[in-house]
Unconditional design. Structure first.
Length: 188
C-alpha cells in the first residue's frame, strides 16, 4: 500500500500512524446556492371533494336541488383545508357548477382548485413561486435540489428553472455531490 498523501482522502498516513485532517465542506464554502422546492411546499390538509354526490344519480344536475344541497351541507369539515374539487363521473356540467361549489368551500378552506390533488399542488406551487424574488440568484451557480420528502409535481422543476434561468449563472439539478448540469449562461 502506498503511504504517500492522497488528496482525495481526509487522512494522512505517516509511518503506521494515521492522523485525521479536518473535514472541509467545500459545498458550504462555495458560492453555490441550493434551491429546494420543498422549502416552498404549502402545508395543509389536502382533500378531494367529489361533487357527484349532489347530482341526481351522480350524473344529472338539477339546479334547484343542487343549490339546496350545497346550502344544507356542513362545510366545516373543510375548515383550513386545501381542497381539490372534482367530479368522479362523466357528468356534463356547466362551468358555473364548480364555481358555485368553490364559493362555499372558500368560506372555510385555505384554498381550492377545480381538479385533482396534483392540480392543487401545481396551483399552490405556481402561486408561491410567483411571489419569490429570484433576483437574489443573480450571477450565482444554483442547484435545484432533486430529493425531497414531499410530493413535488415534476412540472414544478421546469417552472423553477424558468424562474431561475434569467438570473442564475448556471443551473444544475440534484445534489451537490452528483449534480446534473442543466443550463449555463453564455459568456458575452
Amino acid at each position: 500500500m502506498d503511504k504517500r498523501h492522497d488528496e482525495r482522502r481526509s487522512n494522512v498516513r505517516i509511518g503506521d500512524v494515521v492522523t485525521m485532517d479536518e473535514i472541509v465542506n467545500k459545498v458550504a464554502e462555495s458560492s453555490l446556492e441550493i434551491f429546494d422546492l420543498e422549502d416552498y411546499y404549502v402545508s395543509g390538509n389536502r382533500v378531494t371533494l367529489d361533487i357527484s354526490q349532489w347530482l341526481f344519480e351522480g350524473f344529472v344536475l338539477k339546479e334547484k336541488e343542487f343549490r339546496q344541497q350545497l346550502k344544507d351541507f356542513d362545510w366545516s369539515i373543510y375548515k383550513n383545508s386545501l381542497v381539490a374539487i372534482t367530479c368522479s363521473t362523466d357528468a356534463i356540467l356547466p362551468a358555473w357548477t364548480f364555481m358555485l361549489v368553490a364559493s362555499h368551500v372558500l368560506a372555510v378552506a385555505k384554498n381550492c382548485v377545480h381538479g385533482s390533488i396534483h392540480d392543487l399542488d401545481m396551483a399552490l406551487y405556481q402561486q408561491t413561486l410567483a411571489e419569490i424574488d429570484f433576483s437574489v440568484y443573480q450571477d450565482k451557480p444554483v442547484i435545484i435540489k432533486g430529493c425531497s420528502d414531499k410530493d413535488i409535481p415534476q412540472e414544478i422543476y421546469s417552472l423553477a428553472l424558468q424562474k431561475l434561468q434569467p438570473f442564475a449563472r448556471s443551473i444544475m439539478y440534484g445534489e451537490a455531490c452528483s449534480a446534473v448540469p442543466i443550463f449555463k449562461k453564455s459568456k458575452k
